[in-house]
Ligand binder design. Structure first.
Ligand code: ADP
Ligand code: MG
Length: 378
């Protein structure tokens, strides 16, 4: 078992509050990713769970036992650091054995466990080397191995892949996912990398300025961001965010912005300033015989980037910049004027003042006048 409960956890330093009143249940077997930009409090929160830093407020429970006051080495948790924190003067074998010696296990038991873990991570041929004789990827495995030998209730990892090159990062990411599946253990994993979060997590906590912005599965967080912050943080290129207004006229409710028209119906008749969000993969070039309805946006193509498998169009419109992800079969030249469209179900609305998601109805009660749409340009 490895359930971790955070109850109102906070941490202040003299000049800043790094983590503020976080309450969260981490279930046994979860791969929970703490995701957020640099400085949002990820490391501080993880260090409090590990017992390396005292919280200013709140309690931490491990399998229903209050461990808030328990020293780090008595918590049945293992931490993998960004810097790996291996002992440079010790061999891989001794680095792996170290946590077991602290636990005062017998020499044969230690040797067996070290051998098992080394074999499972395919580092058994490196046991007699020193850390400086290893590649970055091998050091990373030793660091994971040192957490693994202890057979802890949960693994805590702070950006463990950030020192690896891109190719190795992808490979190690897949290895960690496989390791998690194999062990069925609880992982709490810190990263600022949204791809790591999307691919590895069973649950994501998006942190912003020391607070939880959203908690959910990767699908929840990507498909239904609860705030402008989350919408803009996940996705590459990020979600297009345009300032718009919801206006009510003659009993109709429409969303308007420069160069934009659409049959959108928010659950309000008050005029409010909104942010309208559309992911680059949900925009397509509108054609006369193509699909109708949804949102249309008149743009000028500024840049066409060929990514090999697909292309990214960077366009300008009255209300800012817009990225579109398309197949390379779509031939467009820079400088072209186009009309883009997106289905209504792929349009996200946020209240501009609070940044929070707005609920709205996708089926319009009455449709917006066709005449109000920008003319098709193609
Ligand atoms: N020991 C410390 N003393 C003072 N401020 C700190 C300390 N540790 C972290 N902070 C501050 O707390 C905030 C969160 O830091 P951190 O948890 O390291 O963020 P992250 O890991 O998300 O980048 C930052 O503003 C950082 O400067
Ligand atoms: Mg950090």
């Amino acid at each position: 078992m490895g359930t971790i409960q955070l109850r109102g956890i906070g941490r202040s330093f003299t000049s800043t509050t790094a983590v503020r009143d976080i309450t969260l249940d981490i279930d046994d077997g979860d791969f929970l990713v703490l995701l957020g930009p640099s400085g949002c409090g990820k490391t501080t929160l993880l260090r409090m769970i590990a017992g390396l830093l005292e919280p200013t407020t709140g309690r931490i429970l491990l399998d229903d036992e209050d461990i808030t006051e328990l020293p780090s080495k008595k918590r049945d948790l293992a931490m993998v650091f960004q810097s790996y924190a291996l002992y440079p003067h010790l061999s891989v074998r001794k680095n792996l054995a170290f946590p077991l010696r602290v636990q005062k296990l017998s020499a044969t038991e230690i040797a067996d466990r070290v051998q098992d873990v080394a074999a499972s991570l395919e580092i058994d041929h490196l046991l007699d080397r020193k850390p400086k004789e290893l590649s970055g990827g091998q050091r990373q495995r030793v660091a994971v191995g040192r957490a693994l030998v202890r057979n802890p209730k949960a693994f805590l990892m702070d950006e463990p892949l950030s020192n690896l090159d891109a190719k190795l990062r992808t490979q190690t990411r897949q290895e960690l996912t496989a390791l998690h599946r194999r062990l069925g253990a609880t992982f709490v994993y810190v990263t600022h990398d949204q791809v790591e979060a999307m691919t590895m997590a069973t649950k994501i906590v998006v942190l912003n300025a020391g607070q939880i912005e959203q908690y959910g599965t990767p699908e929840d967080v990507y498909d239904r961001p609860e705030s402008v912050f989350v919408a803009g943080f996940l996705g590459s290129p990020a979600m297009n965010l345009l300032d718009a207004q919801i206006v009510a006229e003659d009993g109709r409710v429409a969303v308007t912005a420069p160069n934009l028209a659409g049959d959108l119906w928010a659950g309000t008749t008050d005029p409010i300033d909104v942010v309208l969000g559309i992911r680059p993969e949900h925009l397509e070039i509108a054609t006369e015989d193509g699909r109708r309805g949804g949102v249309r946006l008149a743009v000028t193509v500024d840049i066409v980037e060929n990514l090999g498998g697909e292309q990214i169009l960077t366009c300008t419109t009255g209300s800012g910049r817009v990225h579109v992800r398309t197949s390379r079969d779509v031939r467009v030249a820079t400088g072209t004027d186009l009309t883009l469209r997106a289905d209504a179900e792929h349009v996200h609305l946020f209240e501009r003042s609070s940044g929070r998601r707005l609920e709205w109805v996708t089926e319009p009660v009455t449709r917006v006048d066709r005449a109000a749409e920008p003319a098709l340009v193609s």
